[in-house]
Write a protein that binds this ligand. Structure first.
Ligand code: SAM
Length: 286
């Protein structure tokens, strides 16, 4: 740590809808710093005016971050205190600022993060999906092929998965979740959190899609998707339908082949099905 560097970068989260969610400390910082680096000047000015704060704003968005972060580093090196804010929520989390923070570490400039609103964590807390272990994926790719590839790669992810999504793509994304992951996977749509039309829906993916499709107001506004993680199949989860498929095949095929084909038809683990069948056999049910 460079003891002579007295400039500090503060990461200041701002509300994701309800302005009363700003913290005392965030307001204090926005007042006392020398400069506020904002993703959008007009947007941040509305916030500052609401709280009667006057301060010097500098634009730093994804288009000018590379150049502007060098400029801000020079100011920090001269001892300036700078607050970084985005349009809503925690800066850096799918917002600009990551490069500036990286450069601060490189130049031994102190970075102080303030806790505060973040749509992903707020949605997760109300999802009713186990959330001690989760991963954050940000926005799904807008193009179909990379989106499907990514979802396919996540099909066995056991942690809860968080996505940000836009109202324009939400139906397609859920369709792809159904195709690439599982139609029965639990999904939560957290919409317009902290705002007037806040709503949190939870259902299996296929039912969620049908339900959303019947009314476009159900997916209007800003959205976070929380997707339950992959659950390892246990023998007690083998359905009657799966077992009936096995019994039918078993009339004509060997045990091994019947298990293999059934597991492929129902997309389940063949070893678990095998254990289940053996147990049934030992219980003399077959
Ligand atoms: N940095 C922000 C944070 O900490 O949440 C996220 C910025 S990202 C550019 C914006 C996305 O966050 C939106 O498209 C939406 O997916 C999600 N989001 C932001 N505010 C939200 C809200 N009030 N309700 C639901 N989702 C929200």
């Amino acid at each position: 740590m460079n003891e002579f560097s007295i400039g500090i970068l503060y990461i200041v989260p701002t509300p994701i809808g309800n302005l009363r969610d700003i913290t005392h400390r965030a307001l204090e910082m926005l007042k006392k710093v020398d400069i506020i680096a904002a993703e959008n000047i007009r947007h941040t000015n509305i916030l500052l005016q609401h709280f009667n704060i006057k301060n010097h704003l500098i634009l730093m968005n994804k288009d000018n971050e590379k150049k502007q972060s060098d400029n801000l580093i020079q100011k920090l090196k001269k001892g300036k205190k700078i607050a970084l804010v985005s349009n809503a929520g925690t800066p850096i989390i799918n917002d600009p600022g990551g490069l500036l923070v990286k450069k601060c570490h490189f130049f031994n400039i102190k970075v102080i993060p303030l806790p505060g609103p973040c749509a992903a964590i707020t949605a997760l807390s109300a999802s009713g999906i186990i959330s001690n272990r989760f991963c954050y994926e940000g926005f799904l790719p807008s193009k179909k092929k990379p989106r499907c590839d990514l979802l396919y790669s996540l099909r066995k992810e056991t942690r809860t998965i968080i996505f940000y999504e836009s109202k324009h793509r939400i139906l397609e994304s859920i369709e792809d979740i159904i195709k690439q992951i599982d139609q029965n996977r639990h999904i939560v749509i957290a919409r317009e959190i902290t705002k007037k039309w806040e709503s949190i829906y939870r259902a299996k993916a296929n039912l969620m899609l049908q339900w959303l499709k019947t009314d476009k107001y159900r997916y209007k506004g800003e959205i976070v998707i929380i997707l339950d993680g992959f659950k390892k199949l246990k023998t007690q989860d083998i359905s009657e339908k799966t077992f009936n498929t096995f019994l039918m095949l078993r009339k004509f095929l060997s045990l091994k082949t019947s298990v293999l084909i059934t597991s492929q038809i129902h997309e389940i683990n063949k070893n678990i099905l095998y254990q289940y069948v053996i147990k049934k056999e030992s219980d003399k049910i077959i």
